[in-house]
Design a protein around this ligand. Structure first.
Ligand code: G
Ligand code: MN
Length: 244
């Protein structure tokens, strides 16, 4: 079992390159380990899925995030928080009902919450996933495809799923300054997203040159260590005040 105290939740800002006053962050989980170094998130998720803990873990993250959003709303701050949803969780029955109930408990609006889903999560059960995504969309949640370009990218997803945003995988973003192919992939994803009316965010932006390139390519948003590292709840608003 997971106990509450083992969960360390951080928020990493996503910069909107057009409307800088908006605050949007991604919730990231770390488990503080007994050792000095922290367990890598990927390993954590893998282990959790294997032992069936992922539902518990995600619902804990959901509850904590909703509580934090509630607190921000009380300070009259509108922060949109994006939560990573694993493939496993997509197959959980009653997920929309669970999430709706959590919204009521914390008395927050679904429009403050988005879910990032990786492409590989989609292919497991297309029919079920499609239905689920429409249910989440109808609840008012925002949806993004995470790590776009690496998995089984299918253009059909863009037409089939009710998504708001795609996040370009950091592999391409980080290769962009040295590889013309990667640059062309990034440009193509941005154009593709725009043709479908989607918001396009580049992840893993670590340097000014990449930022300048992305601005020139008309990317809508960026995320990465250049802009901000993941930080605790209390630091988000002060950080935003300083950086807007
Ligand atoms: O796309 P996904 O949700 O898997 O990515 C989130 C992970 O990427 C987090 O573990 C986060 O710490 C990491 N990350 C965020 N920004 C950067 C960055 O600029 N560079 C690198 N290398 N990793 C980043
Ligand atoms: Mn993500």
């Amino acid at each position: 079992e997971l106990d509450d105290n083992s969960l360390e939740l951080k928020y990493q800002p996503k910069a909107n390159l057009r409307m800088r006053e908006k605050i949007s962050v991604e919730a990231l989980v770390r488990w503080p380990s007994a050792h000095q170094h922290k367990i890598d998130t990927f390993l954590l998720i893998e282990l959790s899925e294997e032992f069936g803990l992922i539902e518990q873990l995600t619902m804990q993250v959901v509850n904590k995030v909703f509580q934090d959003v509630h607190q921000w709303e009380q300070q009259e701050e509108q922060v949109i928080v994006w939560i990573n949803l694993s493939a496993q969780l997509l197959s959980l029955e009653h997920l929309p009902q669970l999430l709706s109930r959590a919204l009521q408990v914390w008395n927050i609006s679904a429009t403050s919450i988005g879910f990032e889903i990786t492409e590989s999560a989609f292919i497991q059960n297309i029919e079920h996933t499609t239905e689920l995504l429409f249910q989440l969309k109808n609840c008012g949640f925002q949806l993004a495809i995470d790590d776009f370009g690496t998995g089984y990218s299918s253009l059909a997803y863009l037409r089939r799923f009710p998504i708001n945003e795609i996040k370009i995988d950091k592999m391409f973003v980080q290769g962009m300054t040295t590889s013309i192919q990667d640059k062309q992939i990034v440009q193509s994803i941005i154009d593709l997203g725009h043709n479908f009316g989607l918001n396009v965010v580049a992840e893993g932006v670590e340097d000014e040159i990449s930022l300048a390139m992305l601005e020139q390519m008309e990317c809508d948003g960026i995320q990465g260590y250049l802009f901000a590292y993941p930080m605790p709840f209390e630091e988000i608003i002060p950080w935003h005040q300083k950086n807007k």
